[in-house]
Write a protein that binds this ligand. Structure first.
Ligand code: B12
Ligand code: SF4
Ligand code: SF4
Length: 343
């Protein structure tokens, strides 16, 4: 079987992009270890524990691996970007979490690709989407899917950066693709737009200090959000899209053709979110990436967003959250009340 056939099978299974990289260690691995050792992964221990070393060689995930099929799937829709939604009463859920959980959708499609190809030849494979210790963006770049922008996202010249990535490690020997040129040029819009200055230059290239990123605070960080970082979070209740919203390559970004990514939750009113019960939270976000924050983490984020809204009418729902049994939610709500008071 050759690389063209494998990529064709990926496109016929519904992926927007497909390319091949060799299943070998890569130079970005060193930069990754530096990043992890510098502590820029914050408390995401799954990035910095023994799994940091696993990331150095894809053959540690599948010893027989010779090639990596890298795929991209667009999740974007025609809805306006967060930087244009100014309504103070609305929270912002980031674009990637509006629909169903992408892990499930991409894994199923990759299994479909394996089934198609298995009819023609037998091989070993392993499917990865997000959670495996693999440098997904780096391999996707090597497989020709796009370049890595200063916002650290993989960008495709025609489709933009609203892409999920997935991989299939394969025991097949396939001809690798070549990475495209970096097309950021002299632009630095993402760097200037980031409200928390999380994009930092490090030895000539831009990296993300996750400890400053809104996406990290609102999705990954458990417990209290450091007070000094709360104002920068604005009205984000799950993730952040700003450094992609402002990217010129997303001005005419493609829209998804996958019904699973049709938006269910976009910019919900904060007042409604502050009042949801645990059962409503489960029902609303059962199949969505938002479930990762869990109920209390989500209410914590809603409290911060209300505190940053400047709207006095949020005092009442915040007073209710301040009486929460969850100490973290209650403390963030008290902080938010203080913010509204000081305004
Ligand atoms: C941890 C994690 C996060 C962390 C840290 C993000 C980060 N930039 O490091 C947090 C929680 C902040 C996060 C946020 C988001 N994430 Co995330 N995240 C991951 C995860 C699980 C690991 C990433 C990682 O290893 N980070 C550590 C840094 C050092 O590695 P890296 O960013 O991959 O960078 C490597 C290469 O890109 C390369 N590189 C970086 N810069 C440059 C520059 C040049 C010139 C070159 C040659 C190479 C190069 O070297 C680095 C290794 O040293 C991946 C899935 C995976 N297994 O890879 C998803 C992933 C990166 N996330 C994804 C998404 C969608 C997001 C969000 C958009 C979600 C949101 N809306 O909130 C944001 C985007 C924020 C941003 N600007 O990056 C997608 C990215 C798709 C894309 N088009 O790039 C991934 C690939 C998940 C997936 N399977 O689709 N994420
Ligand atoms: S996701 Fe938001 S906070 Fe994180 S780097 Fe991009 S703009 Fe900054
Ligand atoms: S906003 Fe500009 S610098 Fe940032 S990723 Fe896009 S093109 Fe590159």
């Amino acid at each position: 079987m050759n690389a063209a056939r494998v990529k064709q099978a990926a496109l016929s299974a519904g992926f927007d992009l497909a390319g091949v990289a060799a299943a070998l260690p890569i130079a970005d691995g060193e930069a990754y270890l530096d990043w992890a050792h510098r502590g820029w992964g914050g408390r995401m221990s799954y990035l910095t524990d023994h799994r940091a070393d696993v990331r150095m060689d894809p053959r540690r995930l599948l010893p027989s691996a010779r090639s990596i099929l890298c795929v991209g799937l667009v999740y974007n829709g025609p809805q306006p970007y967060s930087v244009t939604r100014r309504e103070a009463e609305l929270g912002w859920i980031s674009r990637y979490a509006w629909g169903e959980d992408y892990h499930v959708i991409l894994k199923q499609k990759l299994e479909d690709v394996a089934s198609i190809l298995k009819q023609e030849e037998s091989f070993e494979y392993r499917v990865c989407v997000d959670t495996a210790p693999l440098l997904e963006r780096s391999y996707a770049r090597l497989a020709g899917l796009g370049w890595i922008g200063r916002n650290t996202c993989l960008i495709h010249q025609r489709l933009g950066s609203w892409l999920f990535l997935g991989e299939m490690l394969l025991s097949l020997d396939l001809a690798p693709d070549t990475p495209p040129p970096d097309r950021c040029g002299t632009c630095r819009r993402c760097i200037d737009a980031c409200p928390t200055q999380a994009l930092v230059q490090q030895e000539g290239r831009w990296e993300l200090d996750a400890r400053l990123c809104i996406s990290y605070f609102t999705i990954e960080l458990k417990g209290a959000i450091p007070e000094e970082h709360r104002p920068g979070i604005g009205r984000h209740v799950f993730g952040c899209d700003i450094c992609q919203d402002v990217c010129p390559w997303n001005r005419r970004a493609a829209s998804t053709h996958d019904p699973g990514f049709l938006p269910l939750h976009e910019a919900p009113p904060l007042e409604r979110l502050a009042a949801i019960t645990p059962t409503e939270f489960r029902d609303m976000f059962r199949h969505s990436p938002v479930s990762r924050t869990r109920y209390a983490g989500f209410l914590r984020n809603v409290a911060v967003a209300m505190g940053n809204s400047g709207l006095p009418r949020f005092r009442e729902p915040l007073s209710r959250l301040a009486a929460s049994d969850d100490a973290v939610v209650a403390e963030h709500a008290r902080w938010a009340l203080g913010q509204l008071q000081s305004k």
